[in-house]
Write a protein that binds this ligand. Sequence first.
Ligand SMILES: NC(=O)c1ccc[n+]([C@@H]2O[C@H](COP(=O)([O-])OP(=O)(O)OC[C@H]3O[C@@H](n4cnc5c(N)ncnc54)[C@H](OP(=O)(O)O)[C@@H]3O)[C@@H](O)[C@H]2O)c1
Length: 287
Amino acid sequence: MRSQQAVPPRDVLRGRVAVVTGSSRGLGFAMARVLGLHGAVVVLAARSDDGVAAAVERLRSQGIAVSGRRCDTAEPADVEALRDDALNRGTLDIWINNAGTSGVFGPTASTPVDDFTRVVRTNILGTFHGARAALPVFLEQGHGDLVNLYGQGDRGPVALQNAYASSKRWVRQFTETLRLETKGTGVRVHGMNPGLVETELLGRVTSQAGYEHRLGALQVVVGLWGQNADQAARPIMHLVTSDAAEFRFLTRTRLVTHGLHNVLNGRLRRTKRMPLAVTLVDPDQRP
Ligand SMILES: NC(=O)c1ccc[n+]([C@@H]2O[C@H](COP(=O)([O-])OP(=O)(O)OC[C@H]3O[C@@H](n4cnc5c(N)ncnc54)[C@H](OP(=O)(O)O)[C@@H]3O)[C@@H](O)[C@H]2O)c1
């Protein structure tokens, strides 16, 4: 991990094809944009047809070579079809397992079963399906960059967010294992923890009733250490042009420097805080 990364040349990814899952909005869209602006042909994917079509249109209007398809990463057949779409663009060089979702905020004991399952299907199975689709191609050609998205909990427990946090811990171990298994093959496997990014994932939260008051601090924390998606996406260029094992935004140094920077810029003022929409579920209604 490096704190200062050299700016890569504008066309450093020319001739390469990059798949980004979960790229109709948020961080995935921003990473696809950065890769495309550096010359890659990008293939977008998400579950909403309309969301994908709109994202393709936005990138195309910025001069990026882009296509997209509907894909639920929890479904292996969808992910294989996505891989085949990329190969139809000529090659497959970069695969970003970005699609991710958060769970209902609250204690594990009263977490609805279907909610926990939803998080596992996207964050765990989706990451496995992406790796299983991309790696055989990478191994056969002797090169390729696979990036998996870490997140809060990747290094330890987080109370009231067990589904999300433990899924990200799993992603870390899975990624480190793939790195061992691909050593010496030319294939590079990386992890990325972008810190706090102002996207729907953070701004639209579902909470078990009775726990929503604990979310109050989230806006302050995001005010201190959050970034917009375009800022958070930039380090993807460092990962896919190096053999770095991981990028982590919130290092001890950045907790101080970025926090101080945001305080001085008034990011903690109520008017500048990220809007937070909280939907409540009644834990007693659980299946
Ligand atoms: N935001 C943060 O602060 C933060 C921090 C650390 C890590 N991360 C990680 O960064 C990644 C992106 O997060 P984000 O904040 O950009 O989230 P987001 O704004 O909610 O966007 C998620 C994207 O993934 C798609 N998606 C969700 N489930 C999917 C599935 N099963 N198959 C395919 N696409 C799916 C969504 O579109 P559809 O709903 O149409 O499918 C959307 O395009 C996640 O892995 C997240 O855990 C985020």
